[in-house]
Every structure is written in C-alpha cells, then in structure tokens.
Design a protein around this ligand. Structure first.
Ligand SMILES: *Cc1c(COP(=O)(O)O)cnc(C)c1O
Length: 384
C-alpha cells in the first residue's frame, strides 16, 4: 500500500484545449481567461468582487496592505491571528510591519472568540481568521466581536473553496467570504480547486477591489490616466501613483482553474463521502476527531483530522502500513520568529502535537479508505 495525504486530480482532456486556446491566441497572461475565471467564481460564490492572483499568499499580503493603507493603520498596529496555520497567514501581517498577536484556538482548530476578546488592545485593527480544513468554526461569533470593536475581518479561505456557511440570525446559507471584509482563496495544487499556483482575492468593497487590481500589477493604473487626461488614452500611457507588485494571475492558470471549478462540487461531495466514512468508523471506535461547527452547513472538507496520543509514534506506525498522512499545522509560536509568543496559546500548543490529517483526495478508492480506517483503529489499540 502507498496512500498519500493529497494527490491533485486534473481533467487533462478538458484543460488542454483551453490552454491551447491561450497559446494559439498568443495570450497567456493577464486578461482573457483570468477575466473568465473571475466571472465564474463570482457566479458560483455570489461574492461581489473577485480578483484572480498568483497565490493565496500574495492575496493575503494585498488584503493586509490595502486595509492598512486605506484605514491609515500604523506600523506596529496589531492583527489578532491564529498560531495553528500555514506560515502564509502570518507572513502577510509581518510583510506590512504589523504585529501578529496570537489568540488561542477552539475544538474546531479555528480562533476561539473568547481568546480573541482577551487579546484586543488599543492597537488592534483586524482579525485574521483561518477556516481550517474548510470548517468556519465560530466565525459568526468572531464577526460579532469584530463589529463591536470596529475591527476588520480577513478570512484566510485557502481551504474554503466550496464551503457554505449559515448565518444563525437570518438563516441564510452563503459561500464563505460573504460576511467578512476580505477573503482569500488558494488554488494551489493540493487545495480543493487545484491549479499549479493561483488564488482569488475577494474584497466586499469596490474601491478595495480596484486598488487590489492596480497593486497586483505593479501599481499601474490605466483608469487614473484616462480620468486625468482628457485628450484620450494611448495604450502605452498610464499613470503610476503607487509602488505595486507582480501578483496577478495568468491565463494558463486560469484555464486550469476554470475546469477545476467545474468539478469543485462533485469533488467536494466525494470528500464529504470519504469523511463521513471516516467519522462513522472512528466514532464507533473511540477515536477523537475534529468536528465541523454546525454553522458550516456545507464544509469543503479540505482536511480530515484526528487527535491522538503519541502522535509521532502513531505516524511512524501508519507509515509502516503504507499510509502517509500529514500534520496541519505546527504551532507557529514554536518558530524562532514568534518565540516571544511561545506558550501563550495552550490549546494550539497541545493540539499541534496531537493532530493527524488523514489521506483525502480524489484518487482514493473505497478500499483504500477502509484500509486507512482499519490501520488507524489497529494502531490506536496498540498505542492505548
Ligand atoms: C496553502 C495555504 C496558504 C497559501 O496558499 P498559496 O496559494 O500556496 O499561497 C495559506 N494559508 C493556508 C491555511 C493554506 O493552507
């Protein structure tokens, strides 16, 4: 057996003609297919704005930068964030000379609203919320806290393509990102909507969205030129008002994304089916699993995580059975750059030593799912 954690599934026969179209047309960059994927993503999620970018990481950076610039935050202002995440979420804060303040996580591995409240200071400007595994955890309560304290909410939605959340007050069920200031999705190869590297930056405000478009293309602003130059516009003339980055997506990635988006619902259903099998067997066998919060009515199920004693030993035994799971994530306060915060988030610290993400991908057969289940149950007995 050799069952890996992730294996992206691409529909080559549908992707290749779209890429060929780009190559034949001689248009592989910004525009063309990037416009199409933005339109299709908005149609699917009903989010008002979507800007296709070259990764979730660059999108998070732009999200933080734009909120900082527009709202005149100062260097050293604080964003409350989670220690249990991929390094990108917190790098985005540090890129902009802001301070990540770590709050602890709850049983859903997402930020705990109570812990957030205890970390708010005069310098707090925003909350960086990470929807781990496609689970929105207590995001709805976190949004209430943010409103009360006039904080912005940035959603690292890297795992949340296809996650739909219920608003407990209105009963509405909407795609992740609808009720935050900005959400950033990842279309990296192992995520639910695979390309090679790309993502979507979704502001809920038109001015922020146009700023994002400008800053993702080196700060070049054709619109400003057109507004300020009444003699009309030459294609080669544009204004530059700000330093920007090279963060926009391209038409080759967009071609892959268009096909992956078409299959997102189907793929996520299969993910949920695998997770339901895991859940049913493990609950009968006393294995602790990470539950989905009830507000996350449709979870994307990017990850399926169990909580075990002696995690490293457990992993070794799984490996010797030919099962190769992963860990999401190492508590970021274990890293040298955040050592000052070490020990401030006990739940995150403990869970980070106990979590295992089991194999979950489109190539897994039912037999392989059963093999993983049997192996986990067997090893759990040995270790207990
Ligand atoms: C993958 C991931 C990212 C980074 O996404 P890229 O598109 O690779 O930049 C950020 N945050 C989380 C939680 C992730 O899993």
């Amino acid at each position: 057996m050799n069952i890996q954690l992730f294996k992206p599934k691409f529909r080559n026969e549908e992707i290749i003609p779209l890429i060929e179209e780009c190559l034949d047309k001689g248009w592989t960059g910004l525009g063309f297919k990037t416009v199409e994927i933005e339109e299709k993503w908005k149609e699917y999620t009903k989010l008002p704005f979507a800007h296709f970018i070259n990764s979730n990481t660059s999108g998070l950076h732009l999200a933080v930068k734009i909120l900082k610039d527009v709202n005149k935050w100062k260097d050293g202002d604080e964003i409350i964030t989670s220690p249990l995440t991929f390094v990108s979420s917190n790098h985005a804060i540090v890129y902009e000379n802001l301070t990540p303040v770590f709050a602890d996580i709850d049983e859903y591995l997402c930020l705990d609203p109570n812990s957030i409240e205890s970390k708010i200071t005069k310098k707090t400007r925003a909350i960086m919320f990470i929807g781990i595994g496609g689970n929105a955890g207590q995001l709805n309560s976190v949004i209430e806290i943010a409103k009360k304290h006039k904080l912005k909410v940035i959603l690292d939605a890297a795992h949340m393509s296809g996650t739909f959340i219920k608003n407990p007050h209105t009963g509405e069920i909407k795609h992740a990102g609808h009720n935050v200031d900005v959400s950033v999705f990842s279309y990296q190869a192992v995520k639910n909507l695979p390309t090679a590297d790309s993502g979507m930056l979704c502001f809920n405000n038109e001015d922020y969205d146009s700023l994002a478009r400008k800053l993702s293309w080196l700060g070049i602003d054709k619109d400003t030129f057109q507004r300020t130059n009444s003699k009309g516009s030459y294609k080669w003339e544009y204004d530059l008002v700000d330093v920007g980055y090279k963060y926009h997506g391209n038409s080759i990635m967009a071609s892959i994304a268009l096909v992956s988006l078409k299959y997102l619902e189907e793929d996520n259903s299969r993910r949920r089916e695998i997770c339901d099998r895991y859940e049913e067997s493990f609950s009968k066998n006393g294995i602790q699993t990470v539950k989905i919060h009830k507000d996350t009515v449709v979870p994307s199920r990017h990850l399926y995580q169990i909580v075990v004693k002696q995690r490293n030993k457990f992993m070794e035994l799984l490996n010797s059975d030919g099962v190769f799971p992963g860990v999401h994530y190492r508590d970021n306060t274990n890293y040298k750059m955040y050592e000052e915060s070490y020990g401030t988030c006990p739940n995150s610290h403990q869970l980070s030593e106990q979590l295992i993400s089991l194999p979950l991908h489109m190539y897994m057969t039912d037999e392989e799912v059963q093999y993983v289940i049997d192996s986990v149950i067997k090893i759990n007995k040995i270790i207990e």
